[in-house]
Design a binder for this molecule. Structure first.
Ligand code: TMP
Ligand code: ASP
Length: 238
């Protein structure tokens, strides 16, 4: 029996609890939504449960594709048990289409398919608003070890290939997404955090309708419906 013990950390979208097993943590997904590094705040009904269900589905799928993840099992509609890992303070953003900050930075419109995927690294630090960094910063500031970053980069592209295929099969374009990685007790890199419409840009392949957190960021409405649609389509692939 898993016991939910102490609240160790409360993030913007999740709470992390210790359990009776020191090698396992419990993640509780919240309905709270933030954007622009916490400047915009709100709540999306059922978001915790929807993001949990979508993350579980995607982690299980990625494990089958030989990508190790922190996921152990689902505990309730909003809680999952995960491996306790040391989170690498770097966000790995993979992009297949122009959107968001890339479109802005390059002065280009959204919705253009890139010739090849782009991987960007950001320093995970809310106060600094997650600045973009590169591998020299990671080494100079000792944010992570070189071999861990190499492995995380390899997994980022492998996740991209696998998720493009999966989403394509349910009529969804994976425009971009963000991953986080952790180091487990055996010094292995594993995929951590969540993969959900909060951390991905997902577009309906026919209509290009947004099915992700941009609906919240840009006040487009029907947010919960969009997340539910993503889950519904993925469930057909189980
Ligand atoms: P961006 O275009 O704002 O840089 O975002 C790229 C992708 O990464 C998008 O799918 C949203 C996701 N993302 C997060 O999950 N968390 C973040 O803090 C940021 C900035 C982006
Ligand atoms: N996740 C970040 C925040 O909550 C940035 C974003 O998604 O726009 O502020």
């Amino acid at each position: 029996m898993v016991q939910k013990l102490q609240l160790l950390h409360e993030g913007k979208a999740k709470k992390v609890y210790s359990t009776n097993n020191p090698h396992e943590l419990l993640l509780e997904f919240k309905d709270d939504a933030t954007a622009f590094d916490g400047q915009k705040k709100g709540r999306i009904r059922e978001k915790g449960a929807l993001n949990l269900a979508i993350s579980v589905l995607l982690f299980e799928y990625l494990e089958k594709e030989n990508i190790p993840t922190h996921f152990i099992k689902k505990i309730s509609t909003t809680e999952m048990l995960v491996k306790a890992v040391k989170i690498i303070p770097v966000e790995f953003v993979v992009r297949n289409w122009t959107a968001g900050s890339l479109a802005k930075r390059m002065g280009i419109e959204e919705g253009i398919k890139l010739k090849k995927p782009i991987l960007e690294l950001y320093y995970k630090n809310d106060e600094l608003r997650d600045p973009m960094i590169n591998e020299y910063h990671i080494e100079a500031f000792e944010l992570a070890e070189r071999q861990h970053i190499e492995k995380a980069k390899e997994y980022s592209f492998a996740v991209n290939d696998a998720l493009i295929r999966l989403f394509e099969s349910v009529g969804i374009i994976l425009a971009d997404f963000k991953l986080e990685f952790g180091i487990d007790s055996k010094d292995e890199v594993v995929l951590a955090d969540e993969i959900s419409p909060d951390s991905c840009r997902l577009w309906d392949a026919k209509t290009m309708e947004k099915l992700d957190k941009d609906r919240f960021r840009r006040d487009l409405g029907r947010i919960e419906e969009a997340y539910r649609e993503v889950l519904k389509r993925l469930e057909t692939r189980r």
